[in-house]
Design a protein around this ligand. Structure first.
Ligand SMILES: Cc1cc2nc3c(=O)[nH]c(=O)nc-3n(C[C@H](O)[C@H](O)[C@H](O)COP(=O)(O)OP(=O)(O)OC[C@H]3O[C@@H](n4cnc5c(N)ncnc54)[C@H](O)[C@@H]3O)c2cc1C
Ligand SMILES: *[C@@H]1O[C@H](CO)[C@@H](O)[C@H](O)[C@H]1NC(C)=O
Ligand SMILES: *[C@@H]1O[C@H](CO)[C@@H](O)[C@H](O)[C@H]1NC(C)=O
Ligand SMILES: *[C@@H]1O[C@H](CO)[C@@H](O)[C@H](O)[C@H]1NC(C)=O
Ligand SMILES: *[C@@H]1O[C@H](CO)[C@@H](O)[C@H](O)[C@H]1NC(C)=O
Ligand SMILES: *[C@@H]1O[C@H](CO)[C@@H](O)[C@H](O)[C@H]1NC(C)=O
Ligand SMILES: *[C@@H]1O[C@H](CO)[C@@H](O)[C@H](O)[C@H]1NC(C)=O
Ligand SMILES: *[C@@H]1O[C@H](CO)[C@@H](O)[C@H](O)[C@H]1NC(C)=O
Ligand SMILES: *[C@@H]1O[C@H](CO)[C@@H](O)[C@H](O)[C@H]1NC(C)=O
Length: 630
């Protein structure tokens, strides 16, 4: 291996948009958990890497650093793109969701939450943010780090016949990438020297009233058959680790606080920081920001086409999902060459778009847009799936929280005591993740011995999904909202289709909710809702149900209100080109020197949350590539 030494002036220039040198070992598209960590790891091992990212580097921004600002970051440029997606093909069914977004001719966005939809406003879809910045969605996500159930890894090993996907092997990759701060160094199954720091929010701070303690204690009784003695006892139980090494960790219901990717200074543990640290160390990583990849380039070889570079457009906000998008501004087209491989990691929506623009995808769709077919690969942009998330929101007579007791002003400046505490000590209400109590629970519909429901619960919360302006939806002390995440997603019916051959135009995305396994999934969620409502009844709280909509049949309400933001599988792993996109070594079927390393390759949803699993497969891809390179 040759180690490239980059002169200091070049290394620092690499932080800005840089003029590409003609050739690199690896050209990587997208800097999220999939592509970003892979690029940094390859470069740290001496491979020359050119990493293209459509967004800029905003990792210094408080939006990305303060855990409590993650929702705000996810709906803002320059941090994120706003996609609008469908849940159903039938417009009437799709638009039953009150978060459905319409656009007036002057560009303003409307949902039923703001009152009647103005006449003439066009249906756009449901708001679905994705990070579009150095570090990808992991710079704006809720940082929840739930490692996949072992069964999900073993499923991939079985599907592909490749035992390197078994949970024992995948655990090794987790240990390599993790810097775990919440268990003692040396605890089996965790890593302590990796680039992603995981912490446990302190559960004691969540018990802000006796009312909350009563409810949490009741859930302990019904879900786990534990009768807690005190708040301290509950806090101790909540510190149990859902990511521990034991294979039965998803089998019995468990109440816990979820490991969250923030560091010991209370900041988001950021893959962007890791990327920048590798550049600063002088490793051969060249970063090209504001670079929208438009297609992969190929050369003809005897048997298969071979990827040898990409074409990209340099400029800011060139993509239609960017709020700042302006059709009359254009970017400069450039190309960069890959000596060894091109690796696409644009995420579950963009990876299939990039492949299709490059001529890899379903023949009919490519031909209808006059895109020359390089490989007819029907699985590109098909079989997409997502976890369903069902909000259960109740309003109680007695408030759960005392809002006036909170010192936070929400201004995030020196006049805000909570900001000062975060800034000085890295502690307090602005640190931590997206929920305060988590629970795994097994419905009667689980297809194995594992729990199939994953609850994120927060007193004083009124959050119920994604819509423009969602970060302005402040706490509501008398509400309690729990999001029930359906694991074991059984609906591989989602599609990502090109609207145009213009690479700047976002694709048409439809999850086709509840197409397959609908009765089973709805039954599981209904059981999950009943558990919560029964517990509210048991503690004698007077309450009204806000969601699921109590005025209609519960199953219909769940179909209307389910939301999601964990899209996977639009370029799934499998053994052959008939119904999959890549093989177990991430190689795209039918072409040489092209891999996909991001959330789009999971053959099915990896448990409740894709972020940790995506970091893990990226680490696996690093090992796979280095082995091939040896
Ligand atoms: C608001 C929000 C909250 C979330 N919360 C959680 C959570 O708490 N826990 C969890 O497990 N998961 C969560 N997720 C999901 C998780 O973040 C994603 O599953 C994960 O980031 C996927 O990684 P990825 O590498 O596949 O894609 P991404 O992280 O989406 O990265 C793709 C990158 O590629 C870039 N890109 C795309 N197209 C191009 C192109 N043509 N040219 C150049 N660059 C391009 C994008 O700008 C982006 O930076 C959340 C996601 C969001 C948006
Ligand atoms: C745009 O149009 C909508 C609906 O007609 C209206 O409510 C809104 O105030 C308009 N916004 C601006 C900025 O003109
Ligand atoms: C891991 O986290 C600890 C605690 O914050 C820190 O001191 C240490 O430097 C981190 N290790 C790495 C490799 O980043
Ligand atoms: C779009 O860009 C053009 C050309 O730079 C500029 O004249 C115009 O004002 C921009 N439009 C908007 C809405 O910003
Ligand atoms: C709420 O907090 C405020 C400020 O700390 C306090 O004055 C008030 O008594 C509290 N109310 C209740 C019901 O505890
Ligand atoms: C930071 O922590 C120290 C030690 O606990 C404490 O004395 C100090 O008041 C804290 N500062 C802020 C701003 O919270
Ligand atoms: C479930 O557990 C039982 C008892 O341990 C075991 O016999 C069975 O094989 C398991 N089933 C699955 C699908 O793992
Ligand atoms: C619930 O409401 C009933 C009727 O209004 C009332 O008698 C009862 O005291 C209330 N219970 C609680 C816990 O507030
Ligand atoms: C392709 O793989 C799938 C899933 O592994 C399998 O069901 C199917 O029979 C295979 N098709 C061919 C043609 O080998």
């Amino acid at each position: 291996m040759i180690r490239f030494l980059i002169p200091a002036f070049l290394a620092s220039a690499a932080h800005a948009t840089s003029t590409p040198a003609p050739e690199y070992d690896y050209v990587i598209v997208g800097s999220g958990p999939g592509g970003g960590s892979l690029a940094a790891n390859l470069a740290a091992s001496g491979q020359s890497v050119f990493l293209l990212e459509a967004g800029g580097d905003a990792s210094d921004s408080l939006y990305e650093q303060i855990p409590a600002r993650s929702v705000a970051a996810s709906e803002r440029s320059p941090h994120a793109w706003q996609f609008f997606v469908e849940h159903y093909e039938d417009p009437e069914e799709a638009q039953r969701n009150r978060l459905y977004v319409y656009q007036s001719s002057n560009g303003s966005l409307h949902t039923e939450l703001d009152g009647p939809i103005p006449a003439g406003a066009e249906p756009l879809g449901l708001f679905y943010p994705r990070g579009a910045t150095l570090g990808g969605s992991s710079q704006v996500n809720a940082m929840n780090f739930a490692w996949a159930p072992d069964n999900e890894w073993d499923y991939i090993a079985e599907l592909t016949g490749d035992n390197s996907w078994s949970h024992e092997q995948m655990r090794r990759h987790l240990m390599d990438l993790e810097n775990c701060t919440y268990v003692p160094r040396g605890t089996p199954g965790h890593g302590f020297d990796g680039y992603l720091q995981n912490s446990h929010p302190d559960p004691i701070t969540n018990f802000q009233s006796d009312h909350i303690a009563d409810y949490v204690a009741e859930i302990f009784r019904v879900a786990e058959d534990i009768d807690p003695e005190s708040v301290e006892h509950m806090a101790e139980l909540l510190r149990r680790d859902i990511n521990r090494i034991e294979q039965d960790r998803y089998e019995t219901p468990l109440m816990f606080v979820l490991p969250t990717a923030f560091n010991s200074r209370g900041r988001r543990s950021s893959i962007a920081d890791y990327i920048n640290s590798v550049i600063d160390a002088g490793d051969p990583l060249t970063l090209s920001l504001h670079s929208l990849v438009t297609r992969v380039l190929f050369e003809d070889c005897e048997d298969k086409p071979k990827a040898n570079g990409v074409e990209y457009m340099v400029g800011e906000a060139l993509y239609s999902a960017d709020r700042r998008y302006n059709t009359s501004q254009s970017g400069e087209l450039r190309t960069v060459r890959a000596k060894k491989e091109v690796i696409v990691a644009g995420g579950t929506f963009n990876t299939p778009q990039i492949l299709k623009l490059s001529g890899i995808g379903p023949r009919d769709e490519l031909e209808s847009l006059d895109i020359p077919v390089v490989v007819d690969l029907p699985a590109v942009g098909n079989y997409m799936q997502d976890n369903y998330e069902s909000p259960v929101n109740i309003q109680a007579d007695t408030p759960w929280m005392n809002a006036s007791a909170s010192p936070c002003t929400g201004t995030f400046d020196d006049s805000d005591p909570c900001f000062v505490q975060w800034n000085v000590n890295g502690t307090g209400p602005y640190t931590g993740g997206g929920g305060s109590f988590f629970l795994t629970y097994r419905s009667s519909m689980s297809w194995d011995n594992d729990t199939d429901l994953f609850y994120l619960s927060a007193a004083g919360s009124n959050a119920y999904g994604f819509f423009p302006g969602m970060s302005e939806n402040h706490g509501a002390p008398d509400h309690w909202t729990t999001s029930i995440v359906k694991m074991q997603s059984g609906n591989p019916a989602g599609t990502v289709k090109l609207r145009s051959k213009d690479p700047r135009v976002a694709p048409a995305i439809n999850f086709n909710y509840f197409t397959e396994r609908a009765d089973e999934d709805l039954q599981a969620i209904v059981e999950g809702v009943e558990l919560l409502l029964n517990a509210f009844d048991s503690i004698g709280t007077n309450y009204t149900v806000v969601l699921p909509n109590p005025e209609i049949d519960m199953r219909q309400a769940l179909k209307d209100e389910a939301f999601s933001h964990h899209a996977v599988s639009s370029c799934r792993i499998g053994t052959n080109a008939t119904d999959s996109c890549v093989d177990s070594k991430f190689r795209v079927h039918g072409v040489d020197n092209l891999r996909i390393v991001d959330a789009s390759v999971f053959p099915r949803a990896p448990g409740a949350m894709p972020n940790g699993p995506t970091f893990t497969i990226s680490r696996k891809a690093f090992e796979t590539i280095m082995e091939g390179d040896a």
